[in-house]
Design a protein around this ligand. Structure first.
Ligand SMILES: Cc1cc2nc3c(=O)[nH]c(=O)nc-3n(C[C@H](O)[C@H](O)[C@H](O)COP(=O)(O)OP(=O)(O)OC[C@H]3O[C@@H](n4cnc5c(N)ncnc54)[C@H](O)[C@@H]3O)c2cc1C
Length: 292
């Protein structure tokens, strides 16, 4: 199918994108890599009146280390981020999760920021933003505001983005010394959206857990932190039992919908296994001297 008619605007700078978005208000829609938006338009599941193409804004194509974080600009492609030294050294969770996002041709075009702005509950990167406690920078004619990933996602494909606003940067905090990060997911085929996925980060002081974060994808209407499970780890001595209990807690109360890939109970079982895998790998990496 072909998309419904729309008007196309090409922004050459951040300021121009902001001005066009301000002018269009609710009718403006950002076009980044187009790997989610264009298929939706072709199926007429999305019918934006105006597309604001940001692909030519070279100044937003960056991955750089600053102020204790690795900042990723809005036009940085997923493949560039996946292979960026600053990401692999300082926020390896992002690179590991990206390996499960679709396939290389899609990652060559799709953007990290676009995936987070799109807020697909089954996508990997929103859960990574939660687990790393990333900050999301929103820009509009009124200026910039920074929103914690915890506050950004509201529901399926719904975020706190206001009309006229765009995401210009996501800042992933550099992993703490002595920490380990890991992403685990189960999908029918590599590159498919996950049936259940988990992102984890664990910081150790000897055998004691001093910090932990866990986030889940494909298990509810939005990516979710498993706050109870995190708390059950922090301050406690590591053991296989502690990790197993945290995995149990992470899935307690979840009610993922059933679909052709499996029922609710099955998805919960798969989710528990992914949390356990992600935590165990993160702990192993932290024990190995940490990834930071
Ligand atoms: C075959 C196929 C398989 C895929 N498999 C996976 C997968 O396994 N896991 C996964 O996570 N993704 C998958 N994707 C989606 C892919 O990762 C997309 O690239 C990504 O979700 C969106 O990034 P994009 O840059 O292409 O955004 P676009 O498609 O251009 O935009 C997506 C949405 O986000 C908005 N948006 C984009 N950038 C901004 C911004 N800077 N500010 C405000 N709003 C913005 C757009 O307006 C639009 O509503 C797949 C895609 C395809 C085609």
């Amino acid at each position: 199918m072909k998309p419904a008619p729309f008007q196309y605007h090409r922004a050459m700078s951040e300021a121009e994108a902001v001005a066009i978005m301000e002018h269009l208000g609710e009718e403006g829609r950002i076009l980044a890599g187009g790997q989610s938006l264009v298929p939706l338009m072709n199926f007429r599941l999305a019918q934006p009146e105006h597309l604001v193409d940001i692909n030519a804004i070279a100044a937003l194509d960056y991955v750089r280390r600053e102020n204790g974080a690795v900042a990723v600009g809005a036009t940085a492609r997923q493949s560039a981020v996946e292979h960026a030294d600053d990401i692999r050294m300082h926020v390896p969770l992002v690179a590991e999760a990206l390996e499960s996002v679709a396939h290389p041709p899609i990652r060559h075009r799709g953007t990290v920021v676009g995936s987070i702005a799109h807020a697909d509950p089954a996508a990997e990167l929103p859960s990574v933003a939660l687990a790393t406690r990333a900050d999301i920078v929103l820009t509009s004619a009124a200026g910039k505001r920074t929103v914690a990933a915890d506050d950004f996602f509201l529901g399926p494909f719904e975020t706190v983005l206001e009309p006229g606003e765009l995401v210009t940067e996501v800042r992933f905090p550099i992993a703490a010394p002595g920490s380990g990060q890991a992403f685990a997911e189960f999908a029918r085929r590599h590159g498919d959206f996950a049936i259940a996925g988990a992102a984890a980060s664990v910081t150790l002081d000897g055998t004691r857990v001093t910090d932990a974060s866990i986030a889940l994808c494909a298990l509810g209407p939005r990516p979710m932190r498993a706050a109870d499970a995190e708390q059950s780890l922090i301050g406690n001595e590591l053991s296989d039992e502690l990790i197993a209990q945290a995995a149990d807690r992470a899935v307690t109360g979840l009610e993922p919908g059933a679909d052709i890939h499996g029922g609710t109970e099955y998805r919960i079982r798969v989710a528990r296994a992914q949390v356990k895998r992600a935590l165990s790998t993160a702990v192993e990496r932290a024990r190995g001297g940490g990834q930071a």
